[in-house]
Design a protein around this ligand. Structure first.
Ligand code: PMP
Ligand code: GLN
Length: 388
C-alpha cells in the first residue's frame, strides 16, 4: 500500500532529538542550525524584495541575478569558473539539489559510494530511485579516506561517488591529495561525483575549501551543490544551487522541474545580494564560528568529553567514554538531554549498521550565550557524576 523506502524509514535523528530537547527544555546543540548569526542586511534585502515583488513563478532555472551571483562567488572564493546561463541551477535547498541529482543521474541497479558517517538524506533518495547506496566507512578520530576499502567497494555497477566536504557530521575537510585520488577513480571507472559542498564557506584555521570541480580532468563529471542556508545562517530559507557541466545539469534541471519547479523569488533575490557581500562578511562568519568552535571544544575537553577540533562545518565530535560503560550513543544523548538539559546527536545515526559507539555530535554555530549556558549545564551535570 505504501512505498517500501518511505514506509519503513523513521523520523530523522535531527527531528527526534529536537523534539526531545523541546520537551525537556534542553539547550539544543543537536540539529545543525545556527543561532544568532543571521546577517541583517540579507534579511532586509528579502523583506524589500517581498514588498516589491514579483511574487509569481520565477524562471525555472533560478533568477539570472542569483545564478550570476553563484558563479561570481565561486570564482571569487574558490577560483571555480562556471557559465551562469548553462551550468547553474537554483533549487529549494541543498536537499532538493541532492534529490534532483540522484533522480536525474542514476538508473535502477546503479551503485553509489557514500562515505559514512553519511548525511541522512542521501540513502533514502538513492534507494527510492532504485539505485543502491554502498557505504564506505570513515572512523574517528582521524576520518582518513580508507583508500583500500574504497577501491574494494567499486564494482562494474558503480556509477557515482558522493563527496561531502566539509563533511557533516565529521567536521573533516578533504585535502588535495584525497581529492586527487577521488578524481583518478572517477576517470578510471567512468564515474560521476556528487560534491555536497554546502559548508564551502565554513573552513577553519586558514585552510582553503577545495572542490573536485576545480580538477580540470573531471570538471565535467562533478555535480557541485551549495546552500545559502549555511553561507548565510538561514537554514529555513532553503535556497540551494547546483553547478555542473551542461551535459550533467540538463537532466538535473528536468528533475527539478517536476520536484519543485522553482524557489521563492524574494529569497533568491536576497541570496543574490548576500553572495555579492564584501569579503569581510565571509571572513567574519568564519572567524566567529572558529571562535565558537574553540570555546565549545575547549570546554568539552575540560569536562572530559574528548573532542576533536573540527576543520570545517558546524560540528564538534566528542567521545563520552568516561561517562558511560556501554557506549550506546542514542541512549547517552537521551540521558544527557534529560539529566543535563543539553542535547547532542548520536554519531551511530550516520552509519547504516548503527554500530559506532561512544561518539556524539555537538553544533557550535550558536550564540556565545547559548554555548555558555550549555557548558554551565554540563558542568553542573559533570559535578554530580561519579567519574574518576
Ligand atoms: N548536505 C549536508 C551535508 C547538510 O548538512 C545539509 C544541511 N542540513 C544539506 C545537505 C541540506 O541543505 P539545505 O538545508 O540547504 O537543504
Ligand atoms: N543538516 C542538519 C544537521 O545535520 C539538519 C537538517 C535537517 O534536520 N534535515 O543537523
Amino acid at each position: 500500500m505504501v512505498n517500501s523506502v518511505f514506509g519503513s524509514c523513521e523520523a530523522t535523528i535531527f527531528e527526534v532529538m529536537s523534539r526531545l530537547a523541546e520537551q525537556k527544555g534542553a539547550v539544543n546543540l543537536g540539529q545543525g542550525f545556527p543561532d544568532g548569526l543571521e546577517p541583517k542586511e540579507v534579511i532586509e534585502a528579502a523583506a524589500e524584495a517581498l514588498r516589491k515583488g514579483p511574487h509569481q513563478y520565477p524562471s525555472m532555472l533560478g533568477l539570472p541575478a542569483l545564478r550570476q551571483a553563484v558563479a561570481a562567488n565561486a570564482l571569487r572564493f574558490h577560483g571555480l569558473e562556471a557559465d551562469w546561463e548553462r551550468e547553474i541551477l537554483i533549487t529549494s535547498g541543498g536537499t532538493e539539489a541532492l534529490c534532483d541529482a540522484f533522480l536525474a543521474l542514476l538508473e535502477p541497479g546503479d551503485e553509489v559510494i557514500v562515505f559514512e558517517p553519511v548525511y541522512d538524506s542521501y540513502g533514502p533518495i538513492i534507494r527510492r530511485g532504485g539505485a543502491i547506496p554502498v557505504p564506505v566507512r570513515l572512523e574517528p578520530p582521524d576520518w582518513r579516506l580508507p583508500r583500500e576499502r574504497l577501491l574494494a567497494a567499486i564494482t562494474p555497477r558503480t556509477r557515482a561517488i558522493v563527496v561531502n566536504t566539509p563533511m557533516n557530521p565529521a567536521g573533516k575537510v578533504f585535502d588535495a591529495e584525497e581529492l586527487r585520488f577521488l578524481a583518478d577513480l572517477l576517470l578510471r571507472h567512468d564515474l560521476v561525483a556528487i560534491a555536497d559542498e554546502v559548508y564551502e564557506h565554513l573552513v577553519y584555521d586558514g585552510r582553503r575549501h577545495l572542490s573536485l570541480f576545480a580538477v580540470p580532468e573531471v570538471r565535467d563529471r562533478v555535480v557541485r551543490i551549495g546552500s545559502a542556508g549555511k553561507t548565510f545562517s538561514l537554514t529555513g530559507w532553503k535556497v540551494g544551487y547546483v553547478m555542473a557541466d551542461a551535459r550533467l545539469l540538463t537532466p538535473i534541471v528536468r528533475a527539478h522541474q517536476y520536484v519543485t519547479f522553482t524557489t521563492p523569488p524574494a529569497l533568491q533575490a536576497a541570496v543574490a545580494f548576500g553572495l555579492a557581500l564584501p569579503d569581510d562578511y565571509f571572513a567574519d562568519l568564519k572567524s566567529l564560528l572558529e571562535a565558537r568552535r574553540d570555546f565549545l571544544t575547549a570546554a568539552l575537553n575540560r569536562l572530559g568529553f574528548a573532542t576533536q577540533t573540527a576543520a570545517g562545518s558546524y560540528f564538534a565530535i566528542s567521545s563520552f567514554a568516561p561517562f558511560d560503560r556501554d557506549g550506546d550513543d542514542l541512549a547517552f544523548c537521551r540521558r544527557l538531554t534529560a539529566e543535563a538539559g543539553v542535547t547532542a546527536v548520536p554519531l551511530s545515526a550516520f552509519y547504516g549498521a548503527r554500530d559506532l559507539r561512544f561518539h556524539i555530535r555537538f553544533c557550535f554555530a550558536k550564540t556565545q550565550a547559548v554555548l555558555e549556558s550549555a557548558v554551565a549545564r554540563l558542568e553542573a551535570w559533570r559535578a554530580a557524576q561519579n567519574v574518576t
